[in-house]
Design a protein around this ligand. Structure first.
Ligand SMILES: [Zn+2]
Ligand SMILES: [Zn+2]
Length: 243
């Protein structure tokens, strides 16, 4: 069993930090409570403790890396030493071997998987949850390749489609970007996404009256809207406030 080690948050407002130093090497045995790594922000330093015992199979984010997003995968723990990483991808298994043979052909990890929450999909979701603005599929792919070197665009698109079907994320059609839903699974009707053109922040509204008005007005001209949300560009309260 492989467990992702995630970048912790030192405070509720922290969005990223620095991975200062790993105190364990790849292949080291780890006991619950062992300090794995040190994290820094400009305000504090924290130790990342193992919550499980096993082996540090892979260091994903190396020492001295600035700007690591909260919840990003920084390393992978396995129960058995030398265990193949049972991530959904073929690629990480290869990448986890110490003397990696030639780079494996780009795998498409999600290809034969049933529709379920896989590590890969969870990782995509964690990137969106820790991002402070919408991310495009290619930005997600870049991030994902640090963990799943074989990840290809179709992999990301399938993950995003899955997460959208589950009501965990929204797609911004205008900017072709994705954002984590703030009320996952709670939308009963149409949702309105207020997109700040300055800071990128997305605010969600669920106003029945707006949804009904859109349906009614569209219906009046015989149009059946297929998109379940309305996007409204503008400035968020913070950006609109005079400085
Ligand atoms: Zn939502
Ligand atoms: Zn703003």
């Amino acid at each position: 069993m492989a467990t992702n080690i995630l970048m912790p948050a030192l405070s509720p407002t922290m969005t990223e930090g620095k991975l200062a130093k790993w105190l364990k090497k790849e292949g080291d045995a780890v006991k619950s409570g062992d300090v794995l790594a040190e994290i820094e922000t400009d305000k504090a330093t924290m130790e990342v403790e193992a919550v499980d015992e096993g082996f540090l199979a892979k260091i994903v984010v190396p020492d001295d890396t600035e700007g690591v997003a909260v919840n990003a995968v920084i390393g992978i723990l396995t129960a058995e030493k030398g265990e193949k990483l049972d991530a959904p991808a073929a690629a990480p298994k290869e990448a986890a071997k110490p003397a990696a043979a030639p780079e494996p052909a780009a795998a498409e990890p999600a290809a034969e998987l049933p529709a379920q929450m896989t590590d890969l999909r969870r990782t995509v979701l964690s990137f969106l949850l820790s991002a402070d603005r919408p991310m495009t599929a290619y930005q997600l792919l870049d991030r994902l390749r640090a963990v799943w070197p074989g990840a290809a665009p179709p992999t990301v698109y399938r993950s995003l489609e899955f997460l959208r079907e589950q009501g965990l994320i929204h797609k911004l059609e205008l900017s072709n970007a994705f954002v984590a839903c703030t009320e996952p699974g709670h939308h009963t009707s149409s949702v309105q996404l207020l997109v700040c053109q300055n800071c990128g922040q997305v605010t969600e509204l669920e106003d029945e009256a707006i949804a009904e008005a859109v349906l009614k007005a569209a219906g009046a001209v015989g149009f059946q809207p297929s998109v379940r949300h309305v996007e409204i560009d503008g400035l968020c309260a913070e950006c609109a406030a005079p400085s």
